[in-house]
Design a protein around this ligand. Structure first.
Ligand code: ATP
Length: 363
């Protein structure tokens, strides 16, 4: 299986700012790497450069032991010579071919016998839930059906390297879940190297072996999904992952909530004056009515319940703590009611601290 290496890669489309900025990223063989970030952060550009559909402006890009794009060395290997399976948001199915012919095309090129081809196409159309459309043409399919045909067409040839740009974006939530499970299964079975672009953090967390979070063309953090979730390197990454999102308490202001946190962290942080903010995930709190018995050595935020919202299996409690709203997740509603006093408790290991430049500080 090939690995992919981006060394100091820059992409500029001609404007003042670079779409991708000095990107160093190693994608190991067998990785399921999700590129994650908000719209416009450079995910598609990155994956298109790997595919060879965009050129690199500066830097070097290698796949396996081949340098495939290095402008300074005047090297560029065309997309078709990179041996990559591609599925992009715009599916680019062959319009004049039926679904079955689209899926079987790569196998025909590989000179697979017609009987084997039919069998493989049958398997894939069944897996993707598109068997009944096998004789239709792409123009007769919905967007979601076309996406599944595009996936099946790519999977048919068992590529060693797959590049997928939002390949599930047009599917409803149930199908999306099923297709994710299928992709995960296929990856585990065949061990291909996968680069998967998504802006959906849930998708990235469930699929990836490693996640690369990008913002405004700049790589923020690379790590396993739990690494990124539990130890975000900066406030952007912390804020981007998690639903409901992380609560932030501004430590540069003289608010009652900041005072409680400062008092608690004072002993644990070398230079509390450097603290810009602290972040707390809603599910990190132990939620209880006032005077919840307090384990030793934990932070207690006291306030009032504003609302209790069901989120299916758990409850999101909105509380006013000092001068701000804090969201906490409770697994049971219990006696929690709007207007009641509330205690939110947590241990120091659940506090994410950030300095004045929004970088992580160890607590
Ligand atoms: P999305 O999730 O919305 O698809 P993305 O993270 O994939 O976004 P890119 O499509 O890579 O982001 O775009 C990165 C930046 O490059 C954006 O500011 C975009 O406007 C710009 N850009 C992308 N393609 C081109 C192009 N062909 N010409 C000029 N600018 C471009």
């Amino acid at each position: 299986m090939p690995d992919i290496n981006l060394h100091n890669v820059v992409k500029n489309y001609g404007g003042e700012t670079n779409a991708v900025e000095s990107l160093d990223l190693q994608i190991d063989d067998g990785d399921f790497m999700c590129l994650l970030g908000p719209s416009g952060c450079g995910k598609t550009t990155t994956v298109r450069m790997i595919a060879g559909l965009e050129t690199v402006t500066e830097g070097r890009l290698s796949i396996g032991d081949r340098v495939v794009d290095e402008p300074r060395g005047s090297r560029f290997i065309s997309p078709e010579k990179r041996n990559i399976g591609l599925v992009f948001q715009s599916y680019a199915l062959w319009p004049h071919m039926s679904v079955a012919d689209n899926i079987g095309y790569g196998l025909k090129i590989q000179k697979m016998s017609s009987a084997e081809r039919v069998k493989r196409v049958d398997e894939l159309t069944a897996t993707m839930g598109i068997a009944k459309y096998r004789d239709r043409f792409p123009s007769q399919l919905s967007g979601g059906q076309q996406q599944r045909v595009a996936l099946a067409r790519m999977l048919a040839v068992n590529p060693d390297l797959m590049l997928l740009d939002e390949p599930l974006s047009n599917l409803d939530s149930r199908l999306r879940l099923e297709m994710r499970a299928e992709l995960k299964r296929i990856h585990a079975e065949y061990g291909a190297t996968v680069v998967f672009v998504t802006h959906d953090q849930w998708e990235a967390m469930t699929l990836a072996t490693r996640v690369a979070v990008m913002n405004e063309g700049v790589l923020q953090q690379v790590g396993s999904p739990m690494d990124i979730y539990d130890r975000p390197v900066n406030r952007f990454v912390a804020n981007f992952l998690g639903v409901p999102p992380m609560n932030f308490i501004d430590m540069t202001e003289q608010t009652p909530q900041a005072a409680v946190v400062r008092d608690f962290l004072g002993r644990r942080i070398e230079d509390p004056a450097q603290l810009g903010s602290v972040g707390i995930r809603p599910e990190s709190f132990t939620v209880g009515l006032r005077d919840l018995q307090q384990p030793t050595d934990c932070l207690r935020l006291t306030g009032r319940i504003e609302s209790v919202m069901p989120t299916g299996g758990s409850w999101t409690v909105e509380a006013s703590i000092g001068s701000q709203r804090i969201y906490a997740t409770a697994l049971q509603r219990g006696p929690l009611r709007a207007g009641d006093d509330i205690d939110l408790l947590l241990g120091s290991e659940q506090i994410h601290a950030f300095d004045l430049h929004e970088h992580r500080v160890e607590v």
